[in-house]
Design a protein around this ligand. Structure first.
Ligand SMILES: *Cc1c(COP(=O)(O)O)cnc(C)c1O
Length: 377
């Protein structure tokens, strides 16, 4: 289907690796998404948010691929993620830690050449103390809370921070930032409120550049871009704005192998708790993915996978390592041991699966787990 630059692989699992699920990550599509976002925010630059192992897709291959496309700023959530990623990236990149630093982590952050996002006066003071101790000027980003009440310097700390910053000689602020709570809802009034607050902050810290938009923010228009945007989900093909056509290209394809098939008569109970009872004769296939592989248990009796374009509904409860699907709609014998079914790909988007599970694409991607054979194209 449209947007899938890569071709469906064999319809059967490969025996050599023993894997029973295949996660294909299309790095060319990832780079095209980056390019699209870069063009949308120009003349601002686009960073990449690669926290949580690049939303489950692999922080190293994703970051290296984006670097080749010109990306130089990468955001993770935790210092440990940055410490692992830093030596695997070219030297001309900057890595930022969104969650800030735990007390005592300042020196390892400084030693590794990683830039913390300082979320409070306390974190600012600790970073300055570390700079003093090391006899160096240390770089930092300061995040302000503009209305999400999650992370960032609180309004009542701003005056004190401005005063301390004025006298501080050992911290170099690279830029200031904030995060939008409702950027995926284009019509939500909170966006404009947060933007107005960001403008007030920018006026209080007049010499500093602003970094503001996440994926949704990119599509709210130029006012939200500052000098650097921070998209995550849109890079990976997730929809940046709810209820609008998704302008991004799919990046991830997931196929899972059939591990058993059977035909059951009417009245047969299927899966844990006997939660589904066959109302007529059914053909079933059990596939090798369960909640440990990122199929939320909320997909029990909801949602579907596809084979040869045919929708195969999930029946009964999602198990840890498998789910059972109704394959009655397929010709007898169409599926056998090792056949692959599509979880997301040409017939079903990541957003479709998320919606069926009652969650968001972010949670599906970051939950994918470690048991798939990952292939990068
Ligand atoms: C996760 C995150 C992002 C990326 O958000 P998307 O909606 O995935 O684009 C940007 N900024 C901050 C502070 C984040 O926590």
């Amino acid at each position: 289907m449209d947007g899938y630059a890569f071709h469906a692989q064999d319809r059967h699992a490969r025996a050599d690796t023993g894997a029973s699920g295949y996660l294909t990550i299309d790095l060319a599509a990832l780079r095209r998404n980056y390019r699209k976002l870069s063009l949308a925010v120009a003349p601002a630059a686009a960073a990449a948010v690669v926290k949580a192992d690049a939303y489950g897709l692999g922080a190293e291959p994703v970051s290296r691929s984006l670097h080749a496309q010109g990306c130089r700023h990468f955001f993770v959530a935790q210092l440990m993620e940055a410490v692992e990623l830093k030596p695997r990236l070219p030297n001309d990149t900057q890595l930022f830690v969104l969650n800030g630093l735990q007390p005592g982590a300042e020196e390892s952050c400084a030693d590794a050449g990683i830039v913390p996002v300082l979320n409070s006066l306390e974190q600012f003071r600790r970073w300055s103390l570390a700079a003093q101790k090391l006899g160096r000027v240390l770089p930092a980003v300061v995040q302000f809370d503009t209305g999400m009440s999650r992370l960032g310097v609180a309004p009542q700390e701003r005056t004190a921070l401005a005063a301390e910053l004025k006298d501080c000689r050992n911290i170099e602020i690279l830029f200031i930032m904030s995060h939008l709570a409702c950027a995926d809802e284009m019509d939500n009034g909170q966006n404009a409120e947060q933007l107005a607050e960001m403008h007030r902050i920018a006026a209080e810290f007049p010499d500093l550049d602003v970094c503001f938009a996440n994926s949704g923010g990119v599509f709210l228009g130029g006012d939200y871009h500052g000098v650097l945007a921070r998209p995550g989900i849109a890079l990976y093909g997730g929809a940046p704005s709810a209820g609008k056509p998704n302008p991004m290209e799919p990046v991830v394809r997931l196929e899972v192998a059939v591990i058993q098939t059977r035909t059951v008569p009417a009245g047969t109970r299927i899966g844990y708790g006997g939660a589904h009872v066959a109302s007529s004769e059914m053909r079933l296939a059990t596939i090798a993915g369960g909640y440990a592989d990122g199929f939320p248990r909320s997909l029990s009796g909801r949602g579907a996978v596809f084979h040869a374009g045919v929708r195969l509904p999930i029946v009964g409860r999602v198990s840890m390592d498998s789910i059972t699907v109704d394959v009655t709609a397929l010709p007898d014998g169409a599926l056998s041991l090792g056949s692959l079914v599509e979880v997301f790909g040409p017939h079903q988007t990541l957003e479709d699966v998320a919606e069926a599970a009652g969650t968001i694409s972010y949670e599906i991607l970051t939950g994918l787990g470690r048991r798939y054979d990952r292939r990068y194209r």
